[in-house]
Ligand binder design. Sequence first.
Ligand code: PLP
Length: 413
Amino acid sequence: MTTLQNVDPEIWSAIEDEKRRQTVGLELIASENYTSAAVLEAAGTVLTNKYAEGYPGRRYYGGCQHVDEIESLARTRACQLYGAEYANVQPHSGSQANMAVYLTVLQPGDTILAMDLAHGGHLTHGMHLNFSGQLYSVVHYGVRESDQRIDFDQVASLAREHKPKLIVAGASAYPREIEHGKFAEIAKSIDALLMVDMAHYSGLVAAGLHDNPVRVADYVTSTSHKTLRGPRSGFVLTREENARALDRTVFPGIQGGPLVHIVAGKAVCFHEALQPSYREYAQQIIDNARVLAESLTSGGIRLASGGTDNHLMLADVTAIGLSGKIAEEALDRAGITVNKNMIPYDQRKPLDPSGIRIGTAALTTRGMKEDDMRRVGKWILTVLQSADDHTVADNVRQEIEEFATGFPVPGIE
Ligand code: PLP
């Protein structure tokens, strides 16, 4: 019996169920991944006991000598990984990293130009119910209807018309590489600041496989738990000249004590991403996504923009007579986890949109390669082609269970 099992059998049992779910199914949620056993270990340590308000060498609590070392290593490694001058590794999440930048450079009522949620942007890019939509005046750009790629003519003309103080690049559901240089040019032409939210593709940037926004952006924000494969958290990169103002916004501006155990997990994740094997992993994520995309397309599913350059694809399932909600539920019954998602120019509603979003970062961590993706593609098609047939889903689930357990999940014996 583990200590947890003994003390709190209900929570222990739910965690055991979740371990099993993560092992026997196919995790294709584009924003998820499996951290390494080392990251898990760091995140589950006594560091959770420690208060450390402030920054290394400037704390409001005693006993911070060891956490100073940990946070300093996390900062140095983040800078090394992305070629940045300065890193704040304290934001608890990607949303808080974005909030930190907005509150550092904007006043309430200022204008931001960011990607439309319905075209792939994130809630923190100005959605009306999010703090970003409530505090700021938001103008949205999107993708062209013809090829579903970012419409830089629109970005430029909206920038000229609305003179935003901040332009936000980056997205949650955009399957193509983002040309940061084009955003930087537009921002420069109107004297705006540029923030790049690379949350989804920060692992691909770390591996040198996607354009590094640090070269051209004033601020770069990210989560650490998607393609980057760290603990669930966030961070911000910027130039040295912005460090003091940014730090003050994170603490005491919007947070109290950092989650030191998670900062340690981020330090480990940056260390792992600096190793040569990480580049191979990131390349495999992209190769797997390309093969899975081809496999779905050959089964009659239309993909937004026709394919993918990164770890994710947006599949329009209306082409095979389904909605995103029905597709998500059918796949779930078969042990395939995805999320329903709006596709650009969607005629349907967010709670039952036309698409599903599919990502390959997590399966790639388990060691799956191109041939495995072809099998995964076939299973997806089989389930979707008989979405209301529970027997088909049950049969696929059994096949998947047998298949998936052959690919270990880090940290689960
Ligand atoms: N930015 C982007 C582009 C995202 O996709 C996400 C999360 O999905 C976030 C920010 C927010 O991250 P979190 O959920 O950690 O607040």
